[in-house]
Ligand binder design. Structure first.
Ligand SMILES: Cc1ncc(COP(=O)(O)O)c(C=O)c1O
Length: 464
């Protein structure tokens, strides 16, 4: 143990001296080092397990060190680990075909797949695609939306804090309120609101003085609306069932494309292959990343309708990145796609999601501070508030988050840690994205740990 402490001390000292802290978030007061991972758990240098309820922001959906994906990667190392993207290889072509066929099944839509290495880069590529198709540069996006932190992705990402130090963003999106019904932007209640938010969006097109449309010619200045079907970083917010159908009607009327960012919700996180499948509309372009390789090698991309992405419309070299269709990524991605086609997976995600939400609802009865619990598949939100059940309580979330990572929780006589992720407009939401293979016992364990931490940091436990 003394050697472990020494190693950790040395690493943390070197980190603070040599690592840019600008390349990642540093939310933890005491930074944590991890040495191993398996299934639903991360392990520290002492071998202590940490139950992970966020799985690298919904990247490692199939569990850490998933045997089948690891074997596919090993096999790829032995056969063709390296190849410049200008040459073709089997896995790239088969992966593009598998995603295109999935799009046909999900949306009855024909198109092509375009690769890159990260979510933000794929967003950037999709921006080029839409700019090329329309000759326009302006987009709608959602308040609370997150599409990455490269320069162009930042233009459509809502957080002002992420843009503020970097000067003027001339194509900053027009941000529209997301249907966050627990805290409706317009103070309405779902059920009696008659989709007031959609009516407000429609009103933008009423007169040229709303600065969106030339009502004389019908020319709209906006090229596309970038959406997340379920808002990820914004706090795993699920819109009402008819919301997107109503928005799409407006977009179709004015010839505005819909770009569906599935970087966080794609690949069954919500119990359907793509999050947008819950809402009965089709995208013009769909962006994916993260879970495609289960976190094994960076690979991302977009799918777009044939007329937007055919070689005539978007010719060779429209985008290029050295690693864009790297074979280690395509090999892993192809195996993930095979695993996802297995019939029992969606049922498993939905049934574990229901059990997880039921466990949280039980806690909600016990703690007034739990304002909202909801979820779709295994994308689950736990919104913490003051005792009034509505005022955001980011402080409580932060204390639970930090304490979980101290690794002092007990289950059946053994010490554990808990890995959570914090999101939401007020940083008061746990965005829970457990492994698709989370077991019933691990759900019970999650309940025990959350109960213990809530009890520790709230005083009154009774709801009535
Ligand atoms: C919806 C969404 N889009 C884009 C991104 C950016 O992806 P990356 O971090 O791989 O650049 C993220 C990352 O969290 C995301 O959640």
């Amino acid at each position: 143990m003394a050697t472990v402490s020494k190693l950790e001390k040395r690493l943390l000292k070197e980190e603070s001296r040599y690592c840019s802290q600008g390349d990642t978030v540093h939310y933890l007061k005491k930074p944590r080092l991890f040495a191993g991972c398996d299934g639903s758990f991360l392990y520290d240098y002492r071998g202590r397990p940490y139950l992970d309820l966020q799985m690298w922001y919904s990247t490692v959906n199939l569990g850490y060190k998933n045997r089948r994906v690891i074997d596919a990667v090993r096999d790829q190392i032995d056969r063709l680990p390296q190849l410049a993207s200008q040459y073709l290889h089997r896995e790239k072509i088969e992966l593009a075909a598998a995603i295109s066929r999935q799009m046909q099944r999900s949306f009855q839509a024909k198109g092509r797949v375009h690769f890159n290495v990260g979510g933000s880069q794929a967003i950037e590529d999709s921006i080029k695609l839409i700019r090329k198709a329309t000759g326009k540069t302006l987009f709608f996006a959602f308040q609370g939306g997150y599409h990455g932190r490269t320069i162009a992705a930042s233009e459509i990402t809502s957080s002002y804090r992420y843009r503020r130090p970097y000067g003027h963003f001339s194509n900053r999106a027009q941000f529209i309120p997301f249907p966050y019904c627990f805290r409706c932007h317009y103070g309405r209640r779902f059920g009696s609101c008659k989709y007031y938010c959609v009516q407000q969006f429609e009103r933008l097109f009423d007169t040229e003085y709303n600065s969106v449309l030339d009502t004389k010619t019908g020319e709209c200045e906006f090229a596309a609306f970038y959406i997340e079907p379920i808002q990820g970083t914004g706090g795993y917010i699920v819109p009402p069932a008819d919301y997107f159908r109503r928005i799409k009607k407006v977009l179709d009327h004015y010839g505005i494309y819909l770009v569906d960012d599935e970087t966080q919700m794609g690949f069954y996180r919500t119990g359907r292959f793509w999050g947008l499948e819950h809402f009965g509309i089709k995208p013009d372009c769909l962006v994916f990343g993260k879970a495609l390789t289960n976190g094994m090698n960076p690979l991302s991309g977009f799918w777009a309708r044939e007329e937007l992405v055919s070689p005539a419309a978007f010719p060779p070299g429209s985008t290029h990145s050295t690693f864009s269709s790297n074979p280690m990524g395509t090999g892993a991605g192809l195996e993930v796609m095979k695993l996802l086609q297995e019939k029992t997976l969606a049922a498993r995600v939905n049934s574990s999601g229901r059990k997880f939400v039921a466990m949280l609802k039980k806690l909600q009865k016990k703690y007034k501070e739990i304002g909202d619990v909801s979820g779709l598949g295994l994308a689950i939100r736990l919104e913490l508030c003051e005792k009034d059940g509505i005022t955001p309580n980011g402080r409580l979330v932060d204390r639970i988050f930090q304490a979980g990572l101290e690794g002092n929780l007990e289950y059946k006589g053994k010490k554990y840690g808990l890995v959570l992720d914090v999101g939401g407009y007020y940083k008061n939401v746990f965005t829970l994205a457990p492994s698709f293979y989370i077991s019933d016992e691990e759900i019970a364990m999650a309940g025990r740990f959350l109960d213990e931490l809530l009890a520790r940091f709230t005083r009154s436990k009774s709801r009535r």
